[in-house]
Design a protein around this ligand. Structure first.
Ligand SMILES: [Zn+2]
Length: 827
């Protein structure tokens, strides 16, 4: 990296929303500690007219050379210089349709198509909007000015400082200077935005497009709550005078934490009464809390390099759930964290094709279907593991110490350990290094030898490995004596094997109490597993542990260490189960087995699951009940579809009637409409497809559109499936193109039609946003590849000879396919 630091950028933009380009002037003040003869800046797809250097009171022209492949411009100085260097660059840029850089987003209002222009810069797209040193550690202040039509509104990180009328009829908006910050967090947006201020904290505003204002209140309120929680918990005030939460129609990601100007997909910010489900509500809260946590983790303290991106995302994930749990303890958010975050991270990280949380790599480390589960989900889970180890109070103090020490600066992983060690007075660094710097995680195999418990650790992967990796594993154990109360003990497993003495009266033990640890457990002890099974049946173990036992056992089926038969036998202990977490886990695992296995097994799974799910639906009610728990409604929505697929006539009858009413203009409760539409598609045909199409075109609500798009992947009828596939290519908006495909890849009737669709339309599918293209591959390959494995493997072997596109995701998807093939053969 150059020995050169940016101090301040003055950026002046004149966007043109009809030609989709913008005139830019960028004045950069740099500090060169030593003599330099040229300045290298990042640029991408902008046309530079001139580069000038300030000398005395005037500016002189400098020759410059653009290197498009290197995404750089080199500006030659007239002579070697050090100290302050001020460059002025004039250029033209494009308001593109790539959902990256300064891009346009389309919406319809009063029958007309209109555009806004907004930015999305993480990780390295600021260079599409202005020449800059586009690295998170190159922090500077930004003064932004935008000239716009008089009827438009401009938003940026800072509050508006000045608004002036120009002679050409436009207006010039000047924003307050930002705090010192990274380029990837800069934001500017132009459009017909309207603001809704929170009633109690005027710093929090929601920005919406015309006609949407009435849906802003819920988000604004939770924005205020998240801000309040953060300022209290971190003990550092939010430094900007305003926090805008902005709803954007076209957005590749879920949301983006630009300092003071956070952008969201509409369905993750706007709340539509009667249409947003309970789960949708919770997602809105979680995403808002996540982005607001970033205002400290990322914006105030920034990773000194992209390899430390986890310092942003793991904390934001962790607090995303923590803040929601704080305000809505009834929602059982931490249980959903276990199934959704920890559970999926354990699945992702058990592949050979995985990464360390501290991602090795250069400038272009990207967040995608391969890396996200590691740096978000696994990282967040590891933070929960540390909190479990050092205690809540030390965790909070450590976080405060870390943020205060590095505010307005940058940090690396070891800075965080130092903070935790300082407050906890415990050796944390060595332990955390084993989790952050190496890939994968261990399986702890336990066996009992009389009064001794022997625990060994080994890396867990679904396919065999010969790794000799070691972790420092904090292990919490529940001990169940023959009589009397359960006891707990904690140990740190820091070698391959460890032996613990047990009291004579111990009848059974459960490793990984409440599932705070990030590892799998295998009991080489049939008697103990039987004893635990009894405690599952009588529900004397907490739901987290009931979930963990089932979940670990299913992972062992996938790795070939136990049989599906054994697993199905064990889950008979769950016949009285009524808690969300173990039920959702079991339903998901049975479903994955159903998708992978042949006919005989499918029938067996159906015959076990169908009566269980019908029984549960009877108990909780097919229709939502007022004031029921969020988790009840989540479970219902999940298992209605499963039950229908397993042949339940009662579930089919219920959902079928609801769907028929919906098609005739009736309404269906928001908490079941998703499964009702999916079942409707399953029993539907071309006419049903046409109905979905009309609904989608008519809908003004993203939440509703997403339900429809997911239903489009649920047809059984071949002609309707093919129509949906074509529709995905032709009509579904770019930001959502992956959605019907993901649903098809989990629909046994659509799976056989996916591979040919992919191959025959490769060129068009490759044009999806890179991240969404990867999601398509990750969805299709593991299931659609099962019946055509050789073909799929050969195809990608050739494909990767010519391109690096989606390389990591292709590799991990092929590995998943291999795991499925092995499981099918073993059955
Ligand atoms: Zn994030």
């Amino acid at each position: 990296m150059q020995q050169l630091n940016p101090i301040n950028y003055q950026i002046h933009l004149e966007p043109d929303l009809t030609r989709f380009n913008f005139e830019g002037k960028c004045e950069i003040l740099l500090d060169a500690p030593e003599n330099i003869s040229e300045v290298t800046l990042n640029v991408l797809e902008i046309a530079i007219w001139s580069c000038r250097l300030q000398q005395g009171d005037g500016f002189v022209n400098c020759p410059f050379r653009v290197d498009p492949a290197g995404e750089e411009v080199r500006v030659m100085l007239p002579k070697p210089m050090s100290g302050n260097i001020r460059l002025k660059i004039d250029y033209l840029g494009w308001i593109n349709d790539k959902m990256a850089g300064f891009y346009r987003s389309k919406y319809t209002y009063q029958g007309n198509t209109r555009f806004i222009a907004v930015t999305q810069f993480e990780e390295s797209d600021a260079r599409r909007a202005f020449p800059c040193m586009d690295h998170p550690a190159k922090k500077a202040t930004f003064d932004i000015t935008i000239d716009i039509d008089h009827n438009l509104v401009a938003i940026s990180n800072g509050a508006i400082k000045k608004e002036a009328r120009l002679s050409n009829g436009k207006k010039r908006i000047t924003f307050e200077q930002t705090p010192i910050m990274s380029t990837y967090l800069v934001f500017f947006g132009v459009g017909e935005f309207e603001f809704s201020e929170d009633l109690k904290d005027s710093r929090v505003r929601v920005a919406t497009l015309p006609g949407m204002k009435e849906f802003a209140k819920f988000g604004a309120e939770f924005g205020r709550k998240s801000l309040e929680f953060s300022e209290n918990y971190y003990a550092i005030a939010y430094p900007l005078p305003k926090m805008d939460l902005i709803a954007i129609p076209d957005f590749a990601f879920g949301a983006m934490e630009n300092w003071g100007a956070i952008t969201f997909r509409e369905n993750l910010l706007l709340h539509y009464p009667e249409i947003t489900s309970k789960f949708g509500e919770e997602r809105i809260c979680e995403v808002i809390a996540h982005e607001i946590a970033h205002q400290w983790f990322g914006n105030l303290v920034t990773p000194s390099d992209w390899r430390y991106l986890w310092l942003n995302e793991s904390f934001a994930t962790y607090f995303g759930f923590g803040v929601v749990d704080h305000y809505y303890p009834r929602w059982a958010t931490w249980q959903q964290f276990l199934s959704g975050q920890t559970g999926s991270a354990l699945v992702r990280d058990a592949l050979h094709e995985t990464f360390a949380i501290e991602i090795p790599g250069g400038e272009h480390v990207v967040i995608n279907a391969s890396t996200a589960p590691i740096i978000y989900n696994k990282g967040g889970s590891i933070l929960r593991q540390i909190e479990g180890y050092i205690g809540k109070e030390n965790f909070q103090k450590g976080v405060q110490h870390y943020l205060k020490t590095y505010e307005y600066g940058c940090a690396a992983s070891h800075h965080l350990w130092q903070s935790f060690e300082t407050v906890a007075q415990q050796p944390i660094a060595a332990m955390m290094k084993s989790w952050i710097e190496q890939r994968g995680f261990p399986i702890i195999t336990v066996k009992r030898q009389d009064r001794r418990l022997v625990m060994t650790q080994k890396r867990f992967t679904y396919l065999p490995n010969d790794s000799d990796q070691k972790w420092q594993v904090p292990i919490n154990i529940c001990l169940f004596p023959k009589t009397g109360a359960m006891r707990r003990m904690t140990t740190l497993l820091d070698d391959i094997e460890q032996v613990i003495d047990l009291d004579e009266d111990i009848l059974a033990y459960k490793i990984n109490d409440r599932q705070t640890g990030f590892y799998r457990v295998k009991y080489n002890d049939v008697k103990n597993l039987d004893e635990l099974g009894k405690r599952v049946l009588e529900k004397s173990l907490p739901p987290e542990d009931r979930w963990g036992l089932e979940n670990d056992l299913f992972a062992l089926v996938q790795s070939g260490e136990t049989s599906l038969e054994e697993y199905l036998k064990f889950i008979s202990c769950y016949q009285e189960e009524d808690a969300y977490l173990p039920l959702t886990g079991m339903a998901s695992n049975l479903y994955s087995a159903f998708l992978v296995m042949g006919d005989d097994w499918q029938q067996k799974i159906s015959s076990i699951a169908r009566p269980r799910f019908e029984d549960i639906l009877e108990k909780i009610g097919y229709s939502p009940v007022p004031d029921e728990n969020l988790t009840t409604s989540l479970l219902r929505d999940q298992i209605i579809w499963d039950a229908v697929l397993y042949g339940s006539s009662s579930a089919l009858e219920f959902a079928g009637k609801q769907f028929a009413a919906l098609m005739q203009g009736g309404s269906v409760h928001a908490d079941i409409i998703k499964s009702v539409m999916r079942v409707g598609a399953l029993s539907g045909n071309d006419k049903t497809f046409d109905w979905f199409d009309r609904q989608l075109q008519k809908s003004k609500v993203e939440h509703e559109r997403l339900n429809i798009l997911s239903a489009l992947g649920c047809f059984k009828d071949e002609s309707a499936i093919k129509k949906s596939q074509q529709y995905t290519l032709d009509t579904v908006p770019a930001r959502n193109k992956f959605m019907p495909v993901v649903a098809m890849a989990a629909n046994p009737y659509a799976i056989p039609l996916l591979w040919d669709w992919y191959v025959n339309n490769l060129e068009a599918i490759e044009q999806f946003h890179p991240m969404l293209y990867e999601r398509v591959i990750a969805a299709i390959v593991p299931t659609a590849g099962i019946s055509r494995a050789d073909e799929v493997k050969t195809f990608f072997a050739d494909y990767l000879k010519n391109t690096d596109k989606a390389k990591d995701v292709i590799k991990l998807s092929l590995e998943r396919l291999e795991i499925n093939l092995r499981m099918r053969r073993a059955g």
